[in-house]
Design a protein around this ligand. Structure first.
Ligand code: FES
Ligand code: FES
Length: 208
């Protein structure tokens, strides 16, 4: 029986060696994630990432924010507990309710289900980056107009997901907007108000 080894032979290139060499020239172009490079470097030292905190930089709402996080920390906890961005809410903490929704490179993501270290090098937008009380976007205005909330815990997630949806689908019908928000739940049952929000957004073509 021949011996099997995962070690590369002479002239072969290990995955970590490849990532390290390839990454140096391509990280800036976004082809290799900062996390993959960190993992490659840790493996090169014969270890793994963590459990000690790592210095990372997250680009949130247009600003670079530096922080130290253990690799186990979710993006949601990093935003709320380290960066004081408490718009995204921690409700189920298991990827089912959508209250923690943020945009990562413009796509809605459950931030309770993504690690902060995975988000390095990506563009993150929270509800705080979508508008302000005196300069709300069309979705925020529609939620206020139709009083589409009760306790409000689900609202930032709904507004964030809806903002991404209508930006991507500006001619969507009210039904399509409602379907596009299928990943978000409201335990207070304020869906009647949200239907009016969807109808407004459909009429105004996403508020454009
Ligand atoms: S808190 Fe993230 S999906 Fe519910
Ligand atoms: S307003 Fe309370 S969970 Fe939606």
């Amino acid at each position: 029986m021949s011996e099997h080894s995962d070690s590369p032979g002479a002239g072969e290139l290990s995955r970590r060696g490849f990532l390290k060499g390839f990454g140096a020239g391509t990280a800036a172009a976004g082809l290799v994630s900062p996390l993959a490079l960190r993992e490659a470097e840790a493996a090169e030292r014969g270890g793994v990432l963590g459990p000690s905190p790592l210095p990372i930089t997250l680009k949130v709402n247009g600003k670079n924010r530096s922080l130290n996080v253990e690799p186990r920390v979710t993006l949601l906890d990093a935003l709320r507990n380290r960066l004081d961005l408490t718009g995204p809410k921690k409700v189920c903490d298991r990827g089912t309710c959508g209250a923690c929704t943020v945009l990562v490179d413009g796509q809605p993501v459950y931030s309770c289900s993504m690690l902060a270290v995975e988000a390095e090098g990506r563009t993150i937008t929270t509800i705080e980056g979508l508008g302000s009380p005196d300069k709300m976007n069309a979705v925020q205005k529609a939620f206020v107009k139709h009083d589409a909330q009760q306790c409000g815990f689900c609202t930032p997630g709904f507004v964030t997901a809806a903002s991404a949806f209508v930006r991507k689908n500006p001619t969507a019908s009210a039904d399509e907007i409602c379907q596009g928000l299928g990943g978000n739940l409201c335990r207070c049952g304020t869906y009647a108000g949200m239907l009016m929000v969807a109808a407004d957004l459909a009429k105004s073509k996403g508020g454009a």
